[in-house]
Design a protein. Structure first.
Length: 199
């Protein structure tokens, strides 16, 4: 199942990445005695997979400021814990726009100079995109197929209609067959089901 999330800064961090000791995964910060993972060269799916599968409750990481504007995706397998996505991933993050190569040979890095990049350091938190809810009313008339008249009030005295997205069954007017149902659905709902009963 595909999971999407974005990152945001919560609390600024004062540490300088250039003053940290480089290691295999990024650098070691002596002021907080933690490894700072370099995610600035990772793709969005690699960042998503790393954050989703990390067993650490607090992660220090280095990201480009442009990565804060991205939506990250991760394809979750059934073995992963679904609750991990429901809780916030609190992490101390070191953000920078200049990605400095840790390798001995310099690499070419393309920089978009049309948009200035800022250096921001701090904690990030996971936030899931919110689905929009659409509110509307369904009006209609329930008629006998053969006679084209409302159903007999004697045979069906308690006709109600229920549509998914409503909070309760709505009464159908026995004399006219008319009904009016207020509905709340998320914008990505693809089906509406209607149930009519005579309870």
């Amino acid at each position: 199942m595909k999971k999407q999330f974005s990152l945001k800064i919560e609390n600024p961090c004062e540490a300088k990445y250039s003053e940290m000791t480089p290691n295999a995964t990024g650098s070691f910060c002596s002021s907080c005695a933690k490894n700072v993972i370099d995610l600035s060269r990772k793709t969005n799916s690699e960042v998503g997979k790393f954050l989703a599968t990390s067993k650490e409750s607090s992660i220090c990481a280095r990201l480009k400021t442009s990565q804060l504007e991205q939506v990250f995706e991760h394809y979750e397998t059934s073995k992963l814990n679904n609750l991990k996505y429901a809780t916030a991933i609190a992490a101390s993050v070191l953000l920078t726009s200049n990605v400095v190569a840790q390798e001995k040979e310099p690499q070419k890095i393309e920089v978009d100079s049309t948009k200035p990049q800022r250096v921001i350091m701090g904690k990030i938190a996971y936030r899931e995109p919110v689905n929009k809810v659409i509110s509307f009313t369904i009006h209609g008339k329930l008629l006998d197929r053969k006679t084209k008249k409302p159903l007999s009030e004697k045979l069906y005295p308690n006709l109600t209609i229920y549509i998914n997205g409503t909070q309760k069954n709505m009464k159908i007017d026995a004399k006219t067959g008319k009904f009016e149902v207020p509905v709340l659905l998320s914008e990505n709902t693809t089906e509406i089901s209607v149930h009519i009963s005579n309870d």
